[in-house]
Design a protein around this ligand. Sequence first.
Ligand code: ZN
Length: 202
Amino acid sequence: MKIICIGRNYAKHIEELANERPVSPVVFLKPDSAILAKKMPFFIPAFSNDIHYEVEVLVKINKVGKHIDQKFAHKYYDEIGLGIDFTARDVQAQCKEKGLPWEKAKAFDGSAVIGNFYPKSDFNLESIQFQLLQNQMVVQDGNTNAMLWKIDELIAYVSQFFTLKKGDVIFTGTPAGVGKVSENDVLQGILEGKEAFTVKIK
Ligand code: ZN
């Protein structure tokens, strides 16, 4: 399976990192080796002094598709989840400065937290409320109604470039409030009031 991530999909997050608003979705990939095994802590890697959490709504692809029309995109997923796109912000800053790819900052081992999935019928997809708690304080509080590109638009867009396969996961971008993690932090993801994951930082 592969993980397809969307960057800069919430206007307030674009502002907080002083990024330009993109004219089309920013897309990058993580390999399956980036997945943090369930119930394992996240170990801060030695190559970064600035690991950020980014909570994101996840979409699990349920069948093969390519060049998917936006009006049929809803047939390609049944489940919605929540996860974290851990980002080595210091490494990413160096990559951006030099115009280099982001993989070292975004696709390293453990950088993809994939929490519980729930049937999409549990949600109003246009307005899914989600939060990240750091040591029981809400640090990110987002809603899919603020996405620049909605889930079905994202599926149509990315499937022009990548054949989607059953089990692939799309990270749909993070809202404002990203920040640094520290040893002994506990991160909890809440999706419409349901706990989707808990991760300890080591
Ligand atoms: Zn992200």
